[in-house]
Design a protein around this ligand. Structure first.
Ligand code: UDP
Length: 244
């Protein structure tokens, strides 16, 4: 979308992509998609297409990063040059360095870091196609890849954003809403533990709108959590059938 439409949401509460205010984009998840990774997952969240590969627990490289009393989680978020409309340089941008850091911090609370000293888990995230909300979709896929690698976890982590377009608080902004809207609030959440592990905000919201947006994002996370569990079960049901 090149020009800002008059309205991002019409009088009937319908957004420019046809969704209602509290409606998620369609989400598809698949676990165990890469044979050379210990664990992997693929997510399509709206038009976002993202792969996550997880390795470990294994030796930490470079060695000086090893911690004597805990596991080290390393995350690399990377966007393919063809993932966005205007070619992105393949070299890591400031934004990708920041997103790698916030994604790592959103996943760490789910891991028993202290139980695996001197080891590392590495997660590589490749955004193949981006349409707003890639950090959230990447978190959803990365948590699945770590689980698929067999790394014990307190809970899965799910990412989902809420925000504000025109005067309305909405769930799960896509690229045009993210760029032209009033606020974007990405959230990562561990549903079983009812704990938020990432909360960021671009733009501005009134306190009541902020509360509504956080609540909406959490509800979105809960819906995606059900799909995450299904995706894990689907892979292992297939494995079980093959073994039988
Ligand atoms: N984007 C882009 N070019 C870039 C970086 C981002 O077109 O170099 C788009 C992409 O669709 C992305 C959106 O801008 O999803 C919003 O980016 P943001 O930094 O808010 O992160 P995200 O919402 O993807 O977590």
């Amino acid at each position: 979308m090149n020009e800002k439409p008059d309205k991002l949401i019409d009088k009937k509460g319908i957004r420019t992509d046809g969704r209602k205010a509290d409606e998620l984009r369609s989400v598809k998840l698949q676990v165990g998609v890469l044979s050379h990774a210990d664990g992997s997952a693929y997510i399509e969240h709206g038009k976002n297409k993202i792969l996550a590969a997880a390795f470990g627990p294994r030796e930490v490289h470079p060695k000086h990063l090893m911690q004597a009393d805990r596991m080290v989680l390393k995350v690399r978020y990377h966007m393919a040059p063809f993932s966005v409309q205007e070619r992105k340089s393949p070299a890591p941008s400031r934004r990708e360095v920041e997103l790698s850091k916030v994604i790592k911090e959103s996943l760490e609370p789910a891991l028993f870091l202290e139980l695996y000293p001197r080891t590392g888990v590495d997660v590589f995230i490749e955004v193949l196609q981006a349409d707003g909300g890639t950090r959230c979709a990447a978190i959803t896929a990365a948590a699945l890849a770590i689980a698929d690698a067999g790394v014990p976890m307190r809970d899965l982590v799910v990412g989902c954003a809420a925000g504000k377009i025109d005067d309305t608080v909405v769930l799960d902004l896509y690229d045009a809403e993210d760029k032209l809207g009033a606020a974007d609030l990405p959230v990562a959440y561990m549903p079983s533990l009812n704990a938020i592990t990432l909360l960021q905000m671009d733009g501005s919201l009134e306190p009541a709108e902020f509360e509504k947006a956080v609540g909406m994002a959490i509800e979105g996370c809960k819906k995606i959590y059900e799909m995450q569990k299904e995706a894990l079960k689907t892979k292992y049901m297939v494995v079980k059938e093959v073994e039988e």
